[in-house]
Design a protein around this ligand. Structure first.
Ligand code: PMP
Length: 407
């Protein structure tokens, strides 16, 4: 690796905690779907920071919104009102169809908000004794990294050594209604679930699962809470991934792309009958809904509409999956499956023939950024602003890498 890269990689290794295993690319700057490393080498960003950069890097309208707000006020805390929060919340409610929104910063904080809301709802509205409310979660879930959240993860790497964990979660198999029924208890108050399991490897639910889950929630009085931190805001080719399933959740969690790739912004959304279990003093965050975040997030929602990025995700996602399927057909079994929705694709590789990590590193050397998950899956999730030509260029590089491994 050239000297400039080594300089920065070494500093992170020496002074940083060792909780990540980054691809050895030192990004210095980025614009839209392109990234340049510190040596000036150009890459196509097929990862977009796990969907946080769905609008492309440094979208000019989002940078302008940030700069405009920087000329006024950035942070006041929720001790006072402001001029950007209300319009942002109004827009969030308008696009999602929910009556109320509660702003947070990170995805995990919005998930924690959902858990607290569901438990209080279970206690106040369903009469479940406080402290005994239970929430159903899917095996293979990823909802963030707080100790409560990793406590109901089924992934040993997220949990090992971090106990004791919070009680009150029951696991079911993603996509399996019998398992949901078996895990439900008299004290269950909610189901918390991803519409597509992203970190687990872009796993789609079987057709009809969410409709059956919706019916079960209605029958048992459970809140259906869908975590669209990664799936939401156009990633799957619909504004919200739950639209593919023909259901409406009782509550929705957004993050990542909500901040337009500039700031951490998340939100928990629900109708008043659910949200109003929160009263003054019961929940909050110093930075949640700050003026800067609200100004940028409002513009981010507007840009999605104005540039028709959701439609673009559907159209180019289909093209991307088709092109990757053609690579699969040529790969002699190295690529076992290509799955996803919109511009969110998991490429499953046979670990006997190649490691996902080695493919990701070889691909980076050819100027394409992707990321592995769980040793056997490579994730492609470019900015929704990507062009057909760049998709083709990225897939051509992937094809070369795959064929080279096969040789
Ligand atoms: N929920 C889902 C579905 C996610 O994919 C993620 C992040 N990968 C999170 C929650 C957590 O978000 P954050 O890292 O912003 O806390």
């Amino acid at each position: 690796r050239p000297a400039a890269s080594t300089f920065f990689v070494d500093k992170e290794a020496r002074f940083g905690a060792r909780n990540y295993h980054p691809v050895p690319v030192v990004v210095e700057r980025a614009l839209d779907c392109r990234v340049w490393d510190v040596e000036g080498r150009e890459y196509i960003d097929m990862m977009s920071a796990y969907s946080a950069v769905s609008h492309g890097h440094l979208h000019p309208r989002l940078v302008a919104a940030l700069q405009r707000q920087l000329g006024k006020v950035a942070v006041t805390s929720r001790a006072y009102h402001g001029t950007t929060l209300g319009p942002f919340l109004e827009k969030l409610c308008a696009v999602s169809g929910f009556e109320r929104a509660l702003p947070m910063n990170t995805g995990a904080e919005a998930v924690e908000t959902a858990i607290k809301c569901a438990r209080r709802f279970g206690h106040l509205r369903r009469g479940i004794p406080d402290g005994q409310q239970r929430i159903l979660v899917a095996r293979g879930n990823f909802h963030g990294r707080t100790s409560t959240i990793v406590g109901f993860s089924s992934e040993p790497a997220y949990r090992a050594g971090f106990g004791p964990f919070a009680d009150g979660f029951d696991a079911f198999d993603f996509g399996d209604m019998d398992s949901v029924r078996a895990a439900t208890t008299a004290h269950s108050c909610a189901v918390l679930v991803e519409p597509i399991q992203g970190e687990a490897g872009v796993l789609l639910p079987p057709p009809g699962f969410f409709q059956a889950l919706r019916a079960w929630c209605d029958e048992k009085g459970l809140l259906l809470i869908i975590d669209e931190v990664q799936a939401g805001l156009g990633r799957t080719g619909r504004l919200f991934a739950f639209e593919h399933e023909g259901v409406r959740p009782d509550a929705l969690i957004l993050g990542k792309a909500l901040g337009g790739g500039l700031l951490p912004v998340s939100a928990f959304l629900a109708d008043a009958r659910v949200m109003d279990v929160f009263d003054p003093g019961s929940h909050g965050s110093t930075f949640g809904g700050n003026a800067l975040a609200a100004a940028v997030a409002l513009e981010a929602l507007q840009v999605l509409e104005d540039e028709q990025l959701v439609e673009r995700s559907a159209r180019l996602g289909e093209h991307l999956r088709g092109a990757l399927q053609a690579v699969m057909d040529e790969s002699g079994g190295l690529v076992r499956a290509v799955r996803g929705r919109g511009l969110w694709v998991g490429v499953d590789v046979d670990p006997a023939l190649a490691s996902a990590r080695a493919l990701v590193e070889a691909l980076a050397q050819r100027g394409v950024l992707s990321k592995e998950t769980h040793e056997t899956v490579i994730r492609f999730a470019p900015p929704l602003t990507i062009t057909r030509a760049l998709v083709d260029q990225a897939v051509a590089a992937f094809r070369e890498v795959v064929l080279e491994q096969r040789a």
